[in-house]
Design a protein around this ligand. Sequence first.
Ligand SMILES: C[S@@+](CC[C@H](N)C(=O)[O-])C[C@H]1O[C@@H](n2cnc3c(N)ncnc32)[C@H](O)[C@@H]1O
Length: 280
Amino acid sequence: MKMKPKVPTFLKWAGGKRRILNALQPLFPKKIERYFEPFLGGGSMFFYVMQKYRPSFATISDINADLVEVYKTVRDNPHELIKKLKGFKKKDSEEFYYRTRDLFNQKKLQGTERSAAFIYMNKTAYSGLFRVNSKNEFNVPYGRYKNAEVFDEETLSQASTLLQGVEIKCQDYRDILGEIQDEDFIYLDPCYDPIKKTSFVQYTPEKFSKSDRERLSRFVLSAQKRGAKVLLSNNNVSRVKRLYPGFYFHPINAPRSLGARVGAKSEVIELAIKNYASVV
Ligand SMILES: C[S@@+](CC[C@H](N)C(=O)[O-])C[C@H]1O[C@@H](n2cnc3c(N)ncnc32)[C@H](O)[C@@H]1O
């Protein structure tokens, strides 16, 4: 019997794909030699792809500089990170959280300490959100969870192993275009189009607007011209579909909980959009 890959995600991330990996997986190409994931977030797809397809080359990136530093720390310095996280976990309290948040926002925490603070706050913040205000300050309140897990040593070690040899960059998704070659596989999971005005779509100070949507589709079409296989996750709305003429559309049931009331869960239909036939 084939074992399912264990997906060592170590962050809670809005829009995380962990729970729909099974539904997305049949839509992947048969082989993946070179992999790009330029809206990385919590990275569940990346960890899945690394185990299942063992690409010889992978570049992961995100516009969130602190998030990118965390991945670099997990890749390059897992032991020191785990040591620091043990310290954070021991001291966890509402008061310690707000003190850490202040030091983080004042840029008084750097290097491995900053990455540990990021993971600690991600696991103890309300609803696991990463949200910043107009001054780019992380402003999520304390979550008051009983016994927040904060981290798991084995998960971080496994993530570190899978990140060896992987390029990790802080950049706009379009910056990968010059590197794209024939047959490369790109998985894109951008901030979604809001279904309703109140939907949570803001992960960074920049909003994902109509012009962002159009820019994204221009990028996808340019990557396609360079020979890439592209799989894009988005909301199942016609204004998105219109931007991808001739593409294949696959509705996917996706449970949602982040960004809603804690504990509140709902099913929404997402859309997987791709430019290649299913088994290739
Ligand atoms: C929906 S989340 C990705 C979730 C991820 N697939 C997961 O499983 O956790 C979108 C990510 O895109 C990043 N992002 C937003 N705008 C971006 C841009 N212009 N270029 C690159 N990354 C961007 C955000 O920081 C966020 O981490």
